[in-house]
Design a binder for this molecule. Structure first.
Ligand code: MC0
Length: 146
C-alpha cells in the first residue's frame, strides 16, 4: 500500500547552488546527501515533514554525475525541473508486482538501492500519464546512515 509521498525528485545542473536556493528561499536544510553511482546522481534530501506511517516526505535535489545517466539525459532535453515523484510503501516488492500485474511497466526486475539505503523501483512514465514514478521502501531506522 502506498502511504505517502516519499519525495519529489528535482533535476538541477548545480546541486550546491540549488541547495542554497531552497535554504535561502524556504529555510529547508539538507537532511542527507550522497552519491549514487548506479543511478548516476549526486543528491541532497531536504526533509519537509514526518508522516503518519512513521516515514517522512522529502525534496530530492539531483545533479547528474554523467551525461548518459537518466537525469543527465533528461536535463539535456528538458532543462531543470521536476523529474519524478516517489511514493512510499512498506512493501516495494509486493506493490511493484501488483502494479506490474495491472499492465504498467516496472523498470527493474528487483528493487535497487536508493537514497539512505532505501529499496526503490521505477514505473515507466509513458504508462503513468507522463510522470516517471518511483516506489520506495525506506531502510529501517538503524540501517539508514545519514
Ligand atoms: C524520460 N521520459 C520522461 C522522463 N524521462 N518522461 C517524464 N519524466 C521523466 N523523468 C520520456 C522521454 O521524454 C521520452 O518520451 C521517453 O520517456 C523515453 O525517454 P528517453 O530520453 O529516450 O530515455 P530512456 O528511454 O533511455 O529512459 C527513460 C527511463 C529512464 C524513464 C526509462 O530515465 C529510467 O530508467 N529512469 C529510472 C531511473 C532514474 O530516473 N534515475 C534517476 C533518479 P518521448 O515522447 O520523447 O519518446 S535516481 C533516484 O531517484 C534515487 C537515487 C532515489 O530516489 O533514491
Amino acid at each position: 500500500m502506498l502511504t505517502r509521498i516519499d519525495h519529489i525528485g528535482i533535476a538541477c545542473f548545480d546541486l550546491d547552488k540549488t541547495v542554497e536556493f531552497y535554504r535561502a528561499t524556504y529555510g529547508f536544510e539538507v537532511f542527507h546527501s550522497e552519491v549514487n553511482e548506479e543511478q548516476g546522481v549526486r543528491e541532497a534530501m531536504l526533509k519537509i515533514n514526518e508522516t503518519s506511517d512513521g516515514g517522512a516526505s522529502y525534496l530530492q535535489l539531483l545533479e547528474p554525475t554523467r551525461e548518459d545517466s537518466a537525469v543527465g539525459k533528461w536535463l539535456a532535453k528538458n532543462g531543470e525541473g521536476v523529474h519524478h515523484i516517489a511514493f512510499g510503501t512498506a512493501d516495494v516488492d509486493g506493490d511493484s508486482e501488483a502494479i506490474r500485474g495491472k499492465g504498467v511497466r516496472v523498470l527493474y526486475d528487483e528493487p535497487r538501492t536508493g537514497s539512505m539505503g532505501s529499496r526503490i523501483t521505477f514505473l515507466h512514465p509513458k504508462d503513468c500519464h507522463g510522470v516517471l514514478t518511483e516506489l520506495v521502501t525506506a531502510a529501517p531506522p538503524a540501517a539508514a546512515d545519514h
